[in-house]
Design a protein around this ligand. Structure first.
Ligand code: SF4
Length: 299
């Protein structure tokens, strides 16, 4: 996730706007604020920002502005945390309106929680795809069920796999996020193996691996302060990443561990780049790869 400071633009942006790194050049249309789940114990993304759907008049005004001033953008990202929380009729109206107002947009994307994906029928997902919503970013975080429970993700790994398959079956590009360190030091490798298993069954088009950074406004931070959660040290995180990558079955996907939170950058296509990426991790484990200084890491 990256935060964008857009407050100077005459578009209605409420609070920090968070978007995936690959949406850096997208037009950002904030249709909801916050996250409808907002309970994950590690997540400080939206904090006290309440979930709500923005008024249609505001969304229309932002699209009218974009139609005049944002004619070079060809991709559009629907913010905030899970635009798929919009009622079906409203989502259809929104996508139709984007098509009418900004006909040059070739891709609409959004974050989506597993719960909101599963709340849609196959026909509804197909309709969104036909109307231009062609990429969803889903946070798996881990395939390790005890950890999914511990972090209050609200779903188990089986439901994550179902949601992933339903997105793919609708013909959308599926990007899935995983979090190094989220199971703590004790379950680190169990988390890596289980996550590799779940990803292998889900087969997303893109895997994005971030590294957990404990934010002071989160329950997990308080658990760490109380001595009930221990983050793996950097070498432990690299072992976790190595295990995750090594245990993935050989399906075709883009594998990115190049987020600002990571200690070093890794990116490639699987399965063809797996050995080269494992060699890079081994260099990190051997202490011969330059690492990002701690103050330079960010969410
Ligand atoms: S679903 Fe995503 S945005 Fe919402 S609380 Fe969990 S991690 Fe944060």
């Amino acid at each position: 996730m990256s935060r964008t400071g857009l407050s100077l633009l005459p578009v209605d942006y409420q609070g920090d706007i968070i978007r995936p790194p690959s949406e850096a050049f997208s037009l950002i249309l904030q249709v909801t604020t916050g996250c409808s789940h907002n309970r994950c114990t590690f997540c400080g993304a939206y904090g006290a920002k309440p979930f709500r759907i923005k008024p249609w008049s505001q969304i229309e005004a932002d699209l009218d502005f974009a139609a005049t001033w944002c004619r070079r953008h060809t991709t559009l990202f629907l913010a905030d945390g899970d635009a798929l929380a919009l009622p079906h009729a409203q989502m259809v109206a929104l996508l139709q309106h984007i098509r009418r107002t900004l006909p040059w947009i070739r891709r609409v994307s959004s974050y989506a929680t597993c719960q909101n994906i599963l709340a849609r029928t196959d026909e509804e997902l197909n309709e969104y795809k036909a109307l231009g919503l062609s990429r969803l970013y889903m946070g798996l975080e881990t395939g390790h069920d005890p950890t999914l429970r511990a972090i209050a993700k609200g779903v188990d790994s089986g439901r994550m796999i179902d949601a992933g398959w339903r997105v793919r079956a609708a013909g959308m590009f599926l990007s899935v996020t995983c979090l190094l360190g989220i199971a703590g030091a004790e379950c680190s490798l169990d988390h890596a193996r289980a996550t590799a298993r779940v990803l292998s069954r889900m087969q997303p088009h893109q895997i994005a691996v971030l590294t957990l950074m404990l934010l002071a406004n989160t329950p997990l931070y308080r658990q760490m302060r109380a001595g009930r959660f221990f983050l793996p040290d950097p070498a432990g995180l690299f072992e976790e990443l190595r295990c995750l990558l090594a245990e993935l079955e050989p399906f075709r996907t883009q594998f990115h561990a190049n987020h600002a939170s990571n200690y070093f950058s890794l990116s490639g296509r699987l399965p063809k780049d797996r050995e080269a990426m494992l060699a890079t991790i081994d260099q990190a484990l051997a202490g011969v790869l330059p690492l990002k200084p701690e103050p330079c890491r960010a969410l």
